[in-house]
Design a protein around this ligand. Structure first.
Ligand code: IMP
Length: 430
């Protein structure tokens, strides 16, 4: 620390929730900086399993502030539901703060998300239908509603009077039949504003003050580098920047204040949604990864597409994020496979490609070049916990060879290894 960013290096679902919760032990503040409730971060503590879509994963550590930064898009119905749920499980949630500048997902955003996806044909991203894209579109189009507007009834009314009739016309033009009523939306959303108000702050002030005092701030990313609006598999990714640079914009902190970027790497690749995926497996190995890894979307429940680890993707992620260390997750899931493959380069049109292409047509035509590794035997959770307790050198030799290869190829050290969902199933390397 003091300023440490956690980012996904693949297509999201790398295990950032668990890694953030683990790293949060050393932090004073955990702040989410982009995305919304399209994310699904799972944190397991003992027998308790928590799935957060919007709340920062650090929320369970009541001695730390958990902040939703300005770069996040907030669906107040989800926020209040997650707060209520946590309270019901005995967590007070007094440590939550929400940026006054974060944008709000409105009911018309969700309607438009669904209608646009239906019309997009081949360009469909397979969105989570949570209104994420339309909300970010309105932010950039300068007709979004911000949290600060929700708590000012007058301003909210003035804005909705302009926005809602236009959204109605857009919905109809897209073939929708849903009727919007300004008065109903105004009443509903100003009542959310009232409930959320106690959490609302200028979070940039809080975060900068903490950093200036030498406190540790953990910046929690959502989705992953290859879903990023600028650096991901456009147009099949999400609508926010998911890379380390986004942590600064999404919280109001300058670059000099952050010194570490931890990249979370799942030991294989998975993907929900559409778009090219060079190392995708449609055979029994893919089935092994999906079933053993529980690769079903936390947010939508959709089965995830699974494939081998891809170094072309990871080298790219190391570059655009300036990664300083890696957390390799779900490596236990590979247990029981005889041979494990890793893609080192692509072959396209008789040429070797080692940089991730921008063209989706080229990417779809790329054939992976693989290097093979020996597998290791399958183990149960108790055995992994025991190995984790003993430390890195107790791990199977084949697994250590696999990890060494990853760090040498990417040129970034592996700091954390996760061999199961629980906090105890984690190894930190000195
Ligand atoms: P949206 O973010 O709902 O607009 O969805 C755009 C694309 O990003 C879709 O392919 C989603 O499946 C994918 N996506 C969004 N959030 C996540 C996530 O947290 N994990 C994995 N994929 C995601």
């Amino acid at each position: 620390m003091p300023g440490r960013i956690v980012v996904g290096t693949q297509f999201g679902d790398e295990g950032k929730g668990k890694v953030t919760d683990y790293c949060a032990e050393e932090a004073d503040i955990v702040v989410r900086f982009q995305g919304g409730n399209n994310a699904g971060h799972t944190v397991r503590i003992g027998e308790e399993v928590h799935r957060f879509h919007l709340l920062p994963s650090g929320i369970l550590r009541s001695d730390k502030l958990a902040i939703i930064g300005n770069g996040v898009v907030v669906d107040p119905t989800v926020l209040l539901r997650e707060v209520e749920d946590l309270r019901g499980r005995g967590h007070p949630v007094d440590n939550l703060r929400v940026s006054d500048r974060a944008h709000v997902i409105m009911p018309y955003h969700k309607i438009i998300d669904g209608l646009e996806e239906e019309l997009k044909g081949k360009m469909k991203a397979g969105t989570t239908m949570r209104g994420i894209g339309p909300c970010y579109t309105d932010k950039v189009g300068r007709w979004g509603i911000r949290i600060v507007d929700l708590i000012d009834k007058q301003v909210l009314k003035e804005k909705l009077d302009v926005i809602v009739p236009i959204k109605q016309r857009i919905i109809e033009a897209l073939g929708g039949t849903k009727r919007l009523d300004t008065e109903t939306i105004w009443k509903e959303y100003s009542s959310y504003g009232k409930e959320i108000e106690k959490y609302v702050v200028d979070s940039s002030v809080l975060i900068n003050k903490a950093l200036d005092e030498g406190k540790n701030v953990l910046f929690e990313g959502a989705q992953g580098t290859h879903l990023c609006i600028d650096f991901g598999i456009y147009p099949y990714g999400t609508s926010s920047d998911c890379i380390a640079g986004s942590a600064l914009i999404g919280t109001g902190v300058g670059p000099g204040k952050v010194n570490e970027v931890l990249g979370v790497v799942k030991a294989y690749t998975s993907r929900v949604g559409t778009g090219p995926f060079p190392t995708e497996l449609k055979d029994k190995n893919g089935e092994h990864l999906r079933e053993r890894g529980g690769e079903y979307g936390t947010t939508t429940g959709r089965p995830r597409r699974c494939g081998w680890l891809d170094m072309v993707m990871l080298r790219y992620s190391a570059r655009v994020n300036a990664l300083t260390s890696l957390a390799v997750t779900k490596i236990d899931v590979l247990g029981g496979l005889d041979r494990i493959k890793v893609c080192t380069e692509y072959e396209h049109d008789g040429k070797v490609i080692s940089e991730f292409p921008a063209s989706m047509r080229v990417l779809a035509e790329c054939r992976p070049k693989y290097r093979e590794f020996d597998g290791w035997k399958e183990r149960g959770s108790k055995e992994w916990t025991e190995l984790a307790r003993k430390g890195y050198h107790a791990l199977p030799g084949q697994m250590r060879a696999y990890l060494s290869f990853i760090e040498e190829e990417i040129g970034v050290p592996v700091e954390i290894i996760s061999v199961g969902p629980a906090r105890e199933e984690t190894i930190t390397r000195e």
